[in-house]
Design a protein around this ligand. Structure first.
Ligand SMILES: C/C(=C\CNc1ncnc2c1ncn2[C@@H]1O[C@H](COP(=O)(O)O)[C@@H](O)[C@H]1O)CO
Length: 267
């Protein structure tokens, strides 16, 4: 090797780029460069007085339908082999070593040991922990991730994972392939998922299946408010409150789910 060859060539340093997913496509961008998610583009407001923008939107939305359709097809194909499953929701912000993270691991394991596949949002926190428990129990561990404006990873405890562009497509998969929901302690995302499940059951859009809230400390205040405000004002009926089961232990959640399955003639 000549002295010239041993010298390091004058290669420009790789720029510090941000990574994110646009549907299945991984893109790297300059920090701060606009990264509108697909959902945001779909829901973007367009000035109705601007005829050109309206025409452009109509064209884009028509094509968008094909993309939505393809996401449903990919989801249905991927999920078609899933056996009995339970969808688990919960805070993306739980950290390993915390009591709630540990609860989520134990929940995933208890569901897995009872023969259920575990479906989560595939992200960090409670999702990672529940997938981890299911994985440890040798159960199918599924993560349905979503495109967000910052980099998203499937957690490492997922053995079948997907990235969705559209929230509503992903939510369909959470419901369609599960026979129960369990909500761990969580924030707005978890509450959104819990209330969506609840209204689907309340309006009989899905046959009554259990929604279990695990962690009494976290959920009791909300249930009290539902009773003291919503029920008292006649905005829900007494039966509606019974659609939610509040427990502390993963084994209680599994018992409720198994009893509901037996009541439907399953298991
Ligand atoms: C904010 C953080 C990570 C975001 N990543 C997520 N990946 C996948 N799914 C998510 C993510 N964040 C929220 N979700 C969904 O909402 C529920 C949790 O929301 P909460 O507001 O944290 O309660 C969860 O069940 C997911 O389906 C951490 O840096």
């Amino acid at each position: 090797m000549s002295p010239d060859q041993s010298e390091s060539p004058d290669v420009p340093e790789a720029p510090d780029l941000e990574t994110c997913y646009v549907g299945p496509v991984r893109v790297r961008r300059e920090p701060g460069e606009s990264s509108k998610t697909t959902d945001r583009r779909l829901l973007e407001w367009v000035d109705p007085n601007d005829a050109d923008l309206r025409a452009e939107r109509t064209m884009r939305d028509s094509w968008r339908v094909l993309r939505i359709q393809s996401e449903f097809v990919a989801g249905f194909d991927a999920m078609s082999e899933v056996a009995e499953a339970v969808t688990v929701f919960g805070s993306a912000r739980l950290v390993p070593g915390s009591a709630d993270y540990d609860l989520a691991v134990r929940l995933g394991a208890a569901l897995g040991e009872a023969g259920y596949a575990v479906i989560t949002g595939g992200g960090p926190g409670a999702m990672e922990a529940a997938n981890r428990g299911a994985w440890d129990a040798g159960a199918q561990s599924i993560g349905l991730n979503i495109e967000l404006p910052f980099e998203q990873h499937l957690n490492e405890w997922v053995d079948m994972g997907m990235h969705f562009r559209y929230f509503f497509v992903r939510k369909t998969m959470f419901v369609k392939y599960a026979q129960a929901f369990v909500c761990l302690p969580g924030g707005f995302g978890t509450l959104d998922e819990m209330f969506e499940a609840l209204t689907l059951v309340q309006t009989k859009k899905v046959v009554r299946f259990p929604i279990v809230l695990i962690g009494r400390d976290h959920w009791t205040g909300l249930i009290d408010w539902m009773r003291e405000v919503l029920l008292a004002k006649g905005m829900i009926s007494p039966d509606d409150l019974e659609l939610l089961h509040v427990v502390d232990e993963p084994s209680e959640a599994v018992d409720i789910i198994a009893a509901a399955a037996a009541g439907r003639g399953g298991r």
